[in-house]
Design a binder for this molecule. Structure first.
Ligand code: BMA
Length: 321
């Protein structure tokens, strides 16, 4: 009997999870998670979210760097990649990296005295990084498409209301830019009301993958639940949708259920600073019909899962909108 395709059997966690923890970091680091993985010509790079917590000081959040030949065994560079800059950036975190031609574009969240701003920076060698853009507050969790669309850079982003109210929109948008600095033509892509498991908020996850069927695009959703013993009351999951190749504001299909959600069998998704958080940040085409999904788990470590690209497309197609 053939198995019916479900989100649960389409995505398989790597048996060696977690793939990166704070003990792999050669400098002071309390937690390493929500880090962006990307394929390079000679291996893989991860741009790391590093949290250093030293009460009573304010948490120090910055971006580190790790390299790997196989995307599984990682070596963290001794030097951080990007630190908060000037009076403006107090903490930088949640990076996403997209390769576009010879450039690697890093999108990150920056906490500033005037709100959460979205940073866009470019590097070719992961040593010299040029900052290109810092959005108006409040915006967070952006991710660039791996090609220009209709001659323009295109990014998914998520405007973010600083003071949380359920009635405010926490939707997924997109915008275009001729040069990575000036952004406009904003369009709404997905509303949180349409994601049953994202009733707290939703947002973009990893650089979309071009497939003949459309842009295979991950997103995250957060839902409020009864608080655990530590008081933390949110569950974060990953979803998948297909966007039109020429007009990515148009959703061609979306899997109604999450493709990855915290499961009791996997302790790294249930134990840590914030249990029950799966925060996908990397989607890599392995060139053999499969892809890897890199994700932060429990706001504490990095984990990885694999899937067949055709299965993810089929899950979206079952639900053509
Ligand atoms: C979001 C971001 C993420 C984090 C998540 C769960 O708002 O801060 O970095 O993983 O909350 O704590």
């Amino acid at each position: 009997m053939t198995n019916t395709l479900t989100p649960r059997n389409a995505v398989r966690r790597f048996a060696g999870n977690p793939v990166l923890t704070a003990s792999d970091v050669p400098y002071e680091c309390t937690r390493v998670y929500n880090s962006a993985a990307v394929k390079t010509d000679d291996g893989y790079v991860m741009v790391l979210r590093i949290d250093v917590i030293k009460p009573p000081e304010r948490p120090y959040l910055f971006l580190g760097l790790a390299r790997s030949a196989d995307g599984i065994h990682w070596t963290v560079s001794k030097k951080p990649l990007l630190l908060p800059e000037g009076a403006e950036e107090r903490a930088i975190y949640d990076p996403r990296v997209t390769r576009i031609g010879d450039d690697y574009v890093i999108c990150y969240a920056a906490d500033t005295s005037v709100g959460i701003r979205l940073g866009v920076a470019v590097t070719r060698d992961f040593e010299h990084v040029e900052r290109k853009h810092l959005s108006a507050p409040d915006n967070r969790n952006a991710v660039l498409f791996p090609e220009k669309i209709n001659g323009l850079y295109c990014r998914l982003d998520r405007p973010f209301a600083r003071i949380y109210e359920q009635t405010r929109p926490y939707d997924l948008w997109l915008s275009y830019s001729p040069d990575l600095e000036f952004w406009g033509r904003h369009e709404l892509v997905l509303r949180w009301q349409d994601v049953t498991w994202g009733s707290h908020k939703i947002g973009p996850a990893a650089p979309p993958l071009r497939t003949p069927a459309g842009w295979l695009t991950l997103f995250h959703g957060a839902e409020l639940r009864t608080p655990g013993p530590d008081g933390w009351a949110k569950t974060y999951r990953a979803g998948v949708m297909l966007l039109d190749l020429k007009n990515p504001a148009r959703i061609l299909g979306r899997c109604p259920d999450p493709i990855l959600e915290p499961e009791d069998a996997f302790s790294y998704e249930n134990e840590g600073y914030r249990p029950k958080v799966i925060f996908p940040t990397g989607l890599i085409d392995m060139g053999d019909g499969t892809c890897r999904i890199y994700y932060g788990a429990s706001d504490t470590v990095m984990a990885m899962a694999t899937a067949r690209i055709d299965d993810l497309i089929a899950l979206c197609r079952k639900n053509t909108l």
